[in-house]
Design a protein around this ligand. Structure first.
Ligand SMILES: [Zn+2]
Length: 203
């Protein structure tokens, strides 16, 4: 018959196992995030500075692209991802709105609020950078879904910021272009390639 001590011991052991499992899951999540980021174009990549063209073909390739971008966005723990960030120069982006995955093709802002707000913004293509960017607090977008059907959506709050950020990507515009000079200088210092020990310092 187990003593009280044995019982406690068993309990502690289970708790340790649960903790180990939680830590392992967290490590895997972090590993997935880093792999996803390695598949997303990073600052310095010319694709991030190019203007994307309209989507014209609504085929299986497009559906696969949307699926791949959605998975990548989640694995990178982001809330939006534009096609230029995966090197595809077409006008589409995926984003999360109220826990729902969304996609918008050939998007355009048709109305935007007079009211704007400046808040810190990050980007999956600019690792380690967080700079204040002024955005409209409410926007109405028109575009197409992945089947080519017309979509009109009114977005406000944090998601309004996300869609304005992603739309910028399709025109080769990044958050460092939209922030103040001091924040831009700080961001560029963060983004400067770090010299690798034993290798020639990159210029
Ligand atoms: Zn971005």
């Amino acid at each position: 018959m187990p003593s009280r001590h044995d019982h406690e011991h068993t309990h502690d052991h289970e708790q340790d196992e649960r903790q180990d499992a939680a830590e392992a899951a967290e490590l895997e999540r972090e590993a997935r995030r880093l792999i996803a980021l390695s598949r997303i174009r990073q600052y310095g990549d010319p694709a991030l500075r190019m203007k994307a063209r309209e989507v014209e073909d609504f085929d299986d390739d497009l559906l696969r692209l949307v699926e791949r971008m959605t998975t990548l966005m989640h694995e990178a723990q982001g809330v939006g991802l534009a096609a230029t960030q995966v090197g595809v120069l077409r006008r589409l982006f995926v984003y999360v709105d109220e826990d729902e995955d969304r996609v918008l093709l050939n998007p355009a802002i048709v109305t935007s609020s007079m009211e704007t707000a400046a808040e810190d913004e990050g980007c999956l293509s600019l690792r380690g950078v967080l700079v204040p960017v002024e955005r409209h607090i409410k926007v109405t977008l028109e575009g197409l879904d992945e089947r080519g059907a017309a979509v009109r959506t009114e977005i406000e709050g944090p998601t309004a910021r996300v869609v304005q950020h992603e739309l910028d990507h399709l025109d080769g515009v990044l958050i460092i272009d939209r922030t103040d000079d001091e924040s831009r200088r700080g961001a560029l210092a963060t983004l400067r390639p770090q010299p690798v020990l034993g290798a020639a310092a990159p210029r």
